[in-house]
Ligand binder design. Structure first.
Ligand code: GDP
Ligand code: IMO
Ligand code: MG
Length: 421
């Protein structure tokens, strides 16, 4: 049986925290897309851990963690993450498996990401510069390097052949600000270490777990509004972050997917460029950024902030067939007299309740509904029944609009700051 956990907004919803919180119910946690553009934070015993490529079940002793074929791996960043995670007490040798079919982020992919962003000037995507776009482009263009190839005696030769194409593109951009020789030195020494890990045909392993009736959690990265097909294109990432990615990124047939759990913040954030109809480019937005500590877990960049956008949330729930929701970070909204939620978009030419074909056009802005705020600090509350009434009313109003139950309310970053409803 496979449950899926997905971010429903523009990433950074709190997927890492909830995946870690839910792991005791699962035998396997698996990542199916994305790569080190993700930064998933989890916190227990007062210590915060940030994972990029490793699934968020890694801190639980008896959980198998799988990096699926749909993921892209940067050997250098991956080894650094391994060292951090081992130092924090995880047994990665016992509990981590990597798909032979995951693609490698090569040094030239990172250079190409930087070159491409540099060439776009004002119109840049705001990529994490981790080489995600160029690696997926090579994969789809059938010129990529799969991680299983590190065991081939021709690996270095293959690598050098494959890098040529990216280098030609870099040259076309006229981009020269890189030191490939030192990047390659780091790359090959990381690949050397990588060979010691447990590589598997993860599609077989996952399906064996399914046959054995084990419980599997597929952990999404990024968010639905960054999906390559359904997000605010071209300001998106290069993978399917919605439920379809689970099947292609792990080899799980749709009939095995049981429950889809959607994660959303009680407000919205976005890192990088692109449209954001409920953005608060003002003091309220800054207050949310400060209280919510909205600075990127991977890049440290300040996140853009805005009110909750129900048009986008409903869209994400529809796309992935979300069964239940986790509302995150409502604690950061304590103290506001009123809390707004966006219920439609108004552009220069039209008003709509749907996410339009081109969210970049027509200057779309959210139209709001106002709810009374709550003044109480809710970070220490453990039970739904004693939450402030105005906050419970706010939750109920949202549930009615989106027609989906909110089953978990998170009131702080810690594992224990999680309320079941
Ligand atoms: P992810 O990428 O979806 O895993 O989310 P990130 O880890 O990038 O960002 C979420 C941030 O919010 C992290 O710093 C978490 O520690 C923190 N966080 C998660 N849930 C809560 C919550 O309910 N309240 C507060 N105040 N912080 C939270
Ligand atoms: P998690 O899993 C938030 C954003 C980048 C940029 C766009 C494309 O932590 O939620 P990319 O590097 O993928 O080419 O960048 O997507 N982005 C994220 N924003 N959370 C993430 O991951 C993100 N991964 C990518 O900021 O706008
Ligand atoms: Mg994140």
């Amino acid at each position: 049986m496979v449950d899926v956990l997905l971010g429903l907004q523009w990433g950074d919803e709190g997927k890492g925290k909830i995946a870690d919180y839910l792991t005791p119910r699962y035998d396997v946690v698996a990542r199916f897309q994305g790569g080190p553009n993700a930064g998933h934070s989890l916190e227990f015993n007062g210590i915060k851990h940030v994972l990029n490529t490793i699934p968020s079940g890694i801190f639980h002793e008896n959980c198998v963690n799988i990096i699926g074929n749909g993921v892209v791996i940067d050997p250098v960043l991956f080894m650094a993450e391994i060292d951090r995670t081992v130092a924090a007490g995880a047994d990665v040798m016992k509990n981590l498996r990597i798909s032979y079919k995951a693609h490698i982020i090569m040094p030239t992919h990172k250079i190409l990401d930087a070159a491409s962003e540099w060439s776009k000037g004002d119109k840049k995507i705001g990529s994490t510069l981790r080489g995600i776009g160029p690696t997926y482009r090579e994969k789809i263009g059938r010129g990529g390097l799969r991680i299983g190839e590190i065991f081939s005696p021709n690996f270095e030769q293959n690598y050098h052949e494959k890098k040529k194409r990216s280098l030609q593109l870099v040259e076309q951009f006229g981009f020269t600000d890189f030191d490939l020789a030192s990047m390659e030195k780091e790359f090959f020494s990381a690949v050397e270490r990588l060979r010691k890990f447990k590589f598997v045909n993860s599609e077989y392993l996952i399906n064996e777990h399914i046959v054995n009736n084990d419980k599997i959690l597929a952990e999404g990265a990024q968010g639905s509004m960054l999906d390559i097909d359904f997000g605010s294109y071209p300001f998106v990432t290069s993978s399917n972050t919605t439920v379809g990615g689970v099947s292609t990124g792990l080899g799980i047939a749709p009939k095995h997917i049981n429950k889809v759990i959607g994660i959303f913040k009680a407000y919205c954030t976005r890192v990088g460029g692109g449209p954001f109809p409920s953005e608060l480019d003002n003091e309220i937005g800054q207050r949310i950024r400060d209280v919510g500590n909205e600075y990127g877990a991977t890049t440290g960049r300040p996140r853009r902030t805005g009110w909750l956008d129900l048009v986008a949330l409903k869209y994400a729930i529809m796309l992935s067939g979300v069964d239940e929701l986790c509302m995150m970070k409502a604690d950061c909204l304590s103290g506001f007299d009123e809390v707004l939620v966006g219920t439609s978009y108004k552009g220069d030419l039209m008003q709509t309740n749907e996410v339009p074909f081109d969210l970049n056009a027509d200057n779309f802005k959210s139209q709001y509904e106002s709810h009374p705020g709550w003044q109480e600090d809710i970070t220490q509350i453990k039970e739904h029944s004693i939450l402030p009434k105005t906050f419970k009313d706010y939750i109920q109003a949202i549930e009615q609009q989106i027609n989906t139950p909110i089953s978990i309310i998170s009131v702080g970053p810690g594992r224990d700051q999680t309320i079941k409803k």
